[in-house]
Design a protein around this ligand. Structure first.
Ligand code: NAP
Length: 192
């Protein structure tokens, strides 16, 4: 499960658990981006903080793991490099799924070596309320669509942006992300 996780929240956790169940996955590995390769409109929080919050949020689930592969790799975190590492680690017989947000998947044609990437694993695109499935058909060629499954998470409209803004305005974030993550954010004064 790839993402910037700035911060991780219940939308990500619910999506991971639902995917694990629906696709009968043996494990879900959260992969916080080291250096996001695409332009961000805000300054991304240092990777170690995003990694620590991801570990805290996933610790109680026996099927959830967190990888440092992108954090420890210098340079931009290209998904194709990460998937190749997992392919090598788990062997050719393993089935790999790249879980991430629909909005990110819609931009896949701008990703490095996207044609190779789409052949290395299946994609699971997680939706938010109000998503437009038509956009996938408009933006991506048919053979990409064959490698992408939509995962509809009804009723959960939490985003990392919303959490960052709420912290900045002094609004509560409890019940949007686990208490351990809330405590970590306040302890380290993130998103002020
Ligand atoms: P983003 O543009 O920050 O996020 C796009 C949308 O997807 C946001 O609405 C985001 O919501 C949501 N999202 C992101 N990760 C999610 C997840 N795991 N589950 C559910 N929703 C998620 O995208 P990003 O987080 O930086 O990147 C997503 C993944 O795509 C990362 O693994 C990144 O490395 C990869 N990527 C690769 C390339 C490349 O290889 N060139 C380029 C771009 C992205 P939240 O903000 O609430 O998470």
């Amino acid at each position: 499960m790839g993402g910037t996780f700035d911060p991780i929240h219940y939308g990500h956790l619910l999506a991971a658990e639902e995917t694990r169940y629906r696709f009968a996955l043996s494990k879900v590995i959260f992969v916080p981006c080291g250096v996001p390769p695409h332009k961000k409109t805000y300054e991304v929080t240092p990777a170690e903080h995003r990694y620590s919050m991801t570990v805290l949020a996933t610790a109680s689930n026996h099927s959830f793991f967190v990888s440092r592969v992108e954090i420890d790799r210098p340079g931009p975190s290209y998904a194709v490099d990460t998937v190749k590492i997992f392919r090598q680690q788990f062997g050719e017989g393993s089935e790999l799924f790249f879980i991430t947000g629909l909005d990110a998947v819609l931009e896949i044609l701008t990703w490095k070596s996207h044609d190779e990437l789409i052949r290395l694993c299946r994609f699971i695109a997680v939706t938010r309320p109000g998503y437009d499935a038509q956009k996938l058909k408009e933006k991506l060629p048919p053979y990409y669509l064959n490698s992408i499954d939509l995962l509809v998470i009804p009723g959960i409209d939490i985003s990392s942006t919303m959490i960052r803004e709420r912290v900045r305005k002094g609004e509560p974030i409890r019940y949007l992300t686990p208490d351990t993550v809330c405590d970590y954010i306040f302890k380290h004064g993130l998103y002020k």
